[in-house]
Design a protein around this ligand. Structure first.
Ligand SMILES: NC(=O)c1ccc[n+]([C@@H]2O[C@H](COP(=O)([O-])OP(=O)(O)OC[C@H]3O[C@@H](n4cnc5c(N)ncnc54)[C@H](OP(=O)(O)O)[C@@H]3O)[C@@H](O)[C@H]2O)c1
Length: 350
């Protein structure tokens, strides 16, 4: 096996150093992946810039990873050596460098690995987020009816129901539109004007400019809306959603808004009476999500088929280069991207 190389963050809020690294061996239930593409998430940038999560340094961030299975830990049966796969990473749980994505060999959990066939590694790391399907279809989250391939009609109790996905041009929002449409829901979504065509191409039924003041009334005209998901979850987006639910002088429309950032964030407005804010916390391993995990992550499950059959769509990827570009990628995500996923290719010399 060739020597591993990784983009390490050496100290908390420090800078990145690319150097040789130990190749961690997979333990029971784990898989070693030769990483050909990995994505940078907003959470990576927040840990790197603001240390929002205590890590052990030197640390390696990044995920999901896509590449070829290099070695199997004890008991692994889901995949075989040499197969192309994608998987989420667990560096923020295990807090060991071997579990991060920004390196040539990373260790992942068998339960989260999905075989990808001919799907490109770049597309796979853009599409394989567990957050949108967790938020939409988890038993303790929005609990929408799960999609199938081919699509099947919604049960009578869900027919005609609508979901508002605020921030449809974010990576999480775009995938959420794709999942919700495949399930059969009517999707209302928002973005900047230049991204509205992307939202339409993902299948959204009603799209609105999030900064246009008339959007509040346009969305109210579509009431009733059954499910509310704020994929941006900043004070500004939450306060606009409150205006939709509780415009001055009108009665409050009761709703639960699922959020991707904690409602306890500084500056978050207080919800009007009858409106609740629910922070999305989700574990693919929790016993209550066992059925969900089987549906999404099993061999031949929804994620594998959704990627292979082109059902799942998301924001486009932008490959910034090899490990030397990891820091630049983190900076880009920190400054804010619009309708794109930043991807690093650890075997590229660029
Ligand atoms: N709780 C969890 O488990 C979890 C999981 C994943 C992500 N998250 C969090 O969820 C958030 C979204 O993640 P992501 O990866 O989808 O982000 P992303 O792709 O980086 O989001 C970029 C998008 O955000 C939109 N945006 C930025 N500021 C906005 C504002 N003030 N109003 C409306 N839209 C705005 C932009 O839309 P336009 O360019 O169209 O304006 C842009 O397309 C992040 O904060 C992330 O940390 C949480």
């Amino acid at each position: 096996m060739t020597t591993n190389r990784a983009a390490f963050m050496e100290t908390e809020k420090g800078s990145f150093v690319v150097r040789d690294a130990e190749t961690m061996q997979p333990g029971p239930g784990e898989v070693l992946v030769k990483v050909h593409a990995t994505a940078i998430q907003p959470a990576d940038a927040k840990i790197a810039k603001f240390a929002v999560l205590k890590m052990e340094y030197p640390s390696v961030f990044g995920g999901p990873v896509a590449g070829f299975v290099e070695a199997l830990g004890e008991g692994v049966k889901k995949v075989a050596v040499g197969e192309p796969v994608v998987s989420g990473t667990k560096f923020y749980v295990h807090k060991k460098a071997g579990y991060g994505g920004l390196q040539r060999f990373a260790v992942v959990d068998e339960s989260e690995i999905v075989e990808i066939g001919d799907v490109s590694f770049t597309d796979a790391v853009t599409l394989a987020s567990y957050t949108p399907p967790g938020a939409l279809f988890g038993a303790s989250t929005l609990h929408l009816h799960r999609p199938t391939i081919p699509a099947s009609p919604l049960p009578a109790s869900e027919q005609g129901k609508k979901i508002l996905i605020w921030g449809g041009s974010s990576a999480m929002g775009a995938l959420s539109i794709s999942y919700a449409k495949q399930a059969g829901y009517t999707v209302i979504s928002t973005s900047s004007p230049q991204n509205l065509s992307l939202l339409r191409s993902l299948g959204a039924d009603h799209v609105f400019d999030h900064s246009d003041p008339s959007t509040v009334d346009s969305i109210r005209a579509l009431f009733p809306i059954d499910y509310w998901f704020d994929c941006i979850s900043l004070p500004a987006t939450v306060s606009t959603i409150f205006k939709i639910l509780a415009p001055e002088g009108s009665p409050v429309t009761k709703a639960n808004i699922l959020m991707l950032l904690p409602p306890s964030m500084p500056g978050m407005p207080q919800p009007p009476e009858g409106v609740t804010l629910q922070f999305h916390r989700f574990s693919t391993h929790a016993p209550e999500n066992a059925d969900w995990a089987k549906w999404l992550l099993a061999r031949g499950g929804f994620l594998e088929r959704g990627m292979k059959e082109g059902v799942l769509k998301g924001v486009p990827a932008e490959v910034v280069g090899g490990l030397e570009k990891a820091e630049e990628g983190i900076e880009r995500v920190h400054k804010g991207v619009s309708a794109k996923k930043i991807v690093v290719e650890p075997w590229s010399d660029c």
